[in-house]
Design a protein around this ligand. Structure first.
Ligand SMILES: O=C(O)CCC(=O)C(=O)O
Length: 265
């Protein structure tokens, strides 16, 4: 039974997202919805793999842009928009963003083909921001991952509160792979959150985290963010629903915010 039923969803305490940077919501997705999401994700994954064989065979651990029309049939795409812009997502996410938020992207995480491939500690921003910018963004711009575990999975590991706190020397050496440290080294503060199918896990993309590979993981991450051009410049117009679809959604605002910012860019 989902804990996010109409009667108790208001009482859900998500203060862990603010204080620790992450919070698990066990059994958030009802089974019927979970089965439909699995079908959509598996259809996408099969077609994505065909088109990205080299990347998949080499070292891929995720794909992205599920809501574009490249790999999903219109009905599956519509279904995904219904989920992202639906009541459950609105109830969980909108209270966490005081002045509104935008839809950024979707990603699908799976295991690397090579079982020896190591995972890596990182902050999401480190691949396009320098260290000073990464530090500044901690208090200035927020991207929130909503992970939906489609199957049981080992989950993720986090450095609690690192969404507001800068790295220790060891953490920085580790995620940058310098001074003899490797990005896959264990860190003493790490806290692992294993997930069961149907769980949701919210986490701040600014925090230091790493995926734990293994089991038959297939995880759908939906990314929301502050309504800022510097973040939403990474969204894609072709991943947004059209006007007909928007009018059917419980929570069209997240897509409209993104569309408006993309239009201005
Ligand atoms: O699950 C993974 O492999 C990594 C997830 C991750 O790093 C992310 O979502 O930013």
């Amino acid at each position: 039974m989902s804990q996010l039923t109409k009667t108790n969803r208001v009482a859900l305490d998500l203060s862990g997202v603010r204080t620790n940077g992450f919070q698990q919501i066990p059994a958030a997705i009802p089974m019927a919805q979970l089965k439909a999401l699995r079908q959509v994700a598996q259809a996408f994954h099969a077609r994505w793999q065909q088109d990205n064989q080299d990347f998949y065979q080499t070292n891929a651990i995720n794909s992205a842009y599920l809501t574009a029309s490249a790999y999903l049939q219109p009905q599956a795409r519509q279904w995904l928009f219904d989920f992202i812009g639906g009541q459950l997502m609105k109830d969980v996410i909108s209270p966490l963003f005081g002045s509104g938020c935008g839809f950024l992207n979707t990603q699908l995480f799976f295991n690397p083909l090579n079982p020896e491939q190591a995972n890596y500690w990182h902050r999401d921003g480190q691949y396009h921001l320098d260290l000073q910018q990464q530090q500044q963004i901690l208090s200035a711009a927020r991207v929130l991952h909503v992970r939906v575990a489609l199957f049981d999975e080992p989950g993720l590991e986090f450095i609690p509160a690192s969404h507001t706190q800068w790295d220790t020397e060891l953490q920085l050496d580790c995620r940058l792979g310098r001074n003899g440290a490797k990005p896959s080294d264990d860190l003493p503060e790490g806290q692992t959150v294993p997930l069961q199918a149907g769980d949701m896990l919210l986490f701040d993309a600014n925090m230091i985290h790493r995926g734990i590979y293994g089991m038959d993981r297939l995880a759908l991450d939906i990314l929301f963010c502050d309504p800022l051009a510097e973040l939403l410049q990474f969204a894609r117009q072709d991943c947004l629903p059209d006007e007909d679809c928007l009018q059917q959604l419980v929570w069209p605002d997240i897509f409209r915010v993104t569309a408006n910012i993309l239009k201005k860019n």
